[in-house]
Design a protein around this ligand. Structure first.
Ligand SMILES: CC(C)(COP(=O)(O)OP(=O)(O)OC[C@H]1O[C@@H](n2cnc3c(N)ncnc32)[C@H](O)[C@@H]1OP(=O)(O)O)[C@@H](O)C(=O)NCCC(=O)NCCS
Length: 232
């Protein structure tokens, strides 16, 4: 895949999330963003509204691919309200305009012991953020967090037609089995180590710090602009 020229004025440039003037995403060559660190924030109960807004920004087909059925507003609201943030983990990637571009839900599966203790991974990336490795990054992030929680397997349920999701799972080394229209990917996880705990703590801390600095810088600039314009 060849890289096309990035529009340097775009606010999404910094994380390689820029768009062409025609609205299509700029598909970078894989090696161009393979080593590009992306801040992934831990989402909390206070982010429920933003998670719902993110899911509502997906079109019907994407919601179908995400949940396996056409999820209407009420079902999405119930899903978001039911997320147990103590038992599960939810991660998000924000754009420079503080929009929630990608959300991943790492859910404990208490009843599933077929292959040991398992956690399930579900993800969605808004169309403008796709093809830049965010889905894969979130999957890798989930692997580390699932290991730290003592899970022995990470499981993905997707429709067999969901080529990008199955590609992400296969790239991360998951075994993918197809059963008619459905597919299940499962990845055996190594045990957690001091390094995996250190890695997730540092990642979380850095992502939170970067978000807060950007947020306050943006709001302070707005406030300064207002002050200057009201004084003149
Ligand atoms: C699935 C989804 C999360 C992928 O997000 P993303 O950020 O675009 O994913 P990435 O950029 O990390 O990787 C996608 C991979 O799929 C590949 N891909 C994309 N379209 C493809 C297609 N039609 N056929 C085969 N592979 C495809 C990409 O080339 C990339 O592989 P590469 O890294 O080897 O080039 C996103 O498409 C999405 O939100 N879809 C709707 C919701 C959904 O399906 N969720 C998953 C169910 S849990």
């Amino acid at each position: 895949m060849t890289a096309r020229k990035t529009e340097s004025s775009s606010p999404l440039d910094k994380f390689g999330l820029a768009h062409h003037a025609d609205g299509g995403p700029i598909r970078h060559a894989r090696n161009e963003h393979a080593h590009h660190w992306v801040p992934i924030r831990d989402l909390r109960p206070r982010h429920r509204r933003r998670i719902l807004d993110h899911l509502l920004s997906l079109n019907e087909r994407d919601r179908y691919l995400r949940f396996g059925f056409l999820a209407p507003l009420e079902q999405l609201s119930r899903y978001v309200a039911s997320i147990d943030f103590r038992r599960d983990e939810v991660f998000g990637i924000f754009s420079r305009r503080f929009q929630l571009l990608a959300v991943a839900h790492l859910a404990a599966m208490p009843g599933v012991h077929v292959r040991g203790s398992a956690m399930e991974f579900g993800v969605s990336v808004l169309p403008e953020g796709r093809g830049k490795g965010l889905g894969l990054r979130l999957f890798q992030h989930a692997i580390t967090h699932a290991r730290n929680r003592g899970a022995s397997h990470l499981i993905i349920h997707a429709l067999a037609e969901n080529a990008p999701m199955l590609r992400i799972a296969a790239k991360a080394g998951a075994t993918v089995e197809r059963h008619g229209q459905d597919a299940e990917g499962w990845l055996k996880l190594p045990k957690d180590t001091v390094a995996t705990h250190l890695d997730s703590s540092l990642q979380s801390w850095a992502a939170e710090a970067i978000y807060r600095v950007k947020y306050w810088t943006a709001h302070f600039s707005d406030w300064l602009r207002m002050l200057v314009s009201s004084a003149s």
